[in-house]
Design a protein around this ligand. Structure first.
Ligand SMILES: Cc1cc2nc3c(=O)[nH]c(=O)nc-3n(C[C@H](O)[C@H](O)[C@H](O)COP(=O)(O)O)c2cc1C
Length: 176
């Protein structure tokens, strides 16, 4: 449940999450009939890289929560669609693993660390493994209040404490 809520949930009352889905509903397709569609081209160019469509894989953390192969599988999927993957700093696979698993064009996502040496080390590591650009996430000074995650965390702590109490009781019965 914890993992499902992390992937499925949003912050606060999830207004933005609902509006994300509604926004897609507001995009209407306008049928154009009797038009030559033999040559449809959605290709674009991002930072010098040609892509068949303007759809890329955004950085999201911990793919192993959803698939045992984690980001390695995501990278393979991106490569098979000739698209680009942004590997998250919070990935569950190492930079090296993802780099060696396929030849997808890959960018690396980074947070702004107070200690700039950490950033510099990560940038160099990504660069040496063929990552072509850095995607800087700048909205983390204020994290979204994800209520489901908070609830799950407290439930987890409560269950662990209950378990410890239960084991202490069992142990006491055993002794006496
Ligand atoms: C489950 C989940 C994990 C995410 N993890 C990261 C992350 O590790 N780093 C990051 O920069 N953005 C992360 N994001 C933000 C996404 O990259 C993206 O910016 C955000 O979902 C907004 O795009 P959307 O409206 O298409 O969902 C995450 C989003 C989700 C839903």
């Amino acid at each position: 449940k914890m993992h499902y809520d992390y992937i499925n949930g949003g912050a606060e009352d999830e207004h933005t999450l609902r509006d994300n889905i509604a926004a897609y509903g507001r995009i209407l397709l306008r049928p154009r009939v009797l038009v030559d569609v033999s040559n449809i081209d959605m290709s674009t160019n991002l930072l010098g890289y040609d892509m068949p469509s303007p759809i890329i894989v955004a950085p999201t953390g911990s793919h192993k929560l959803a698939n045992p192969e984690g980001e390695v599988a995501t990278a393979r999927a991106a490569a098979s669609c000739n698209t680009l993957m942004v590997l998250s700093f919070s990935a569950s696979c190492k930079i090296e693993e993802v780099a060696s698993s396929c030849n997808a064009i890959r960018f690396y996502q980074l947070y702004v660390f107070k200690n700039r040496d950490i950033s510099a080390t990560l940038v160099r590591r990504a660069e040496s493994h063929g990552f072509k650009a850095i995607v800087l996430t700048v909205d983390t000074p204020m994290l979204g209040r994800r209520e489901a995650d908070i609830r799950n965390k407290y439930n987890f702590i409560f269950k662990v404490l209950l378990n410890i109490l239960y084991n202490i009781m069992l142990f006491s019965f055993y002794i006496y």
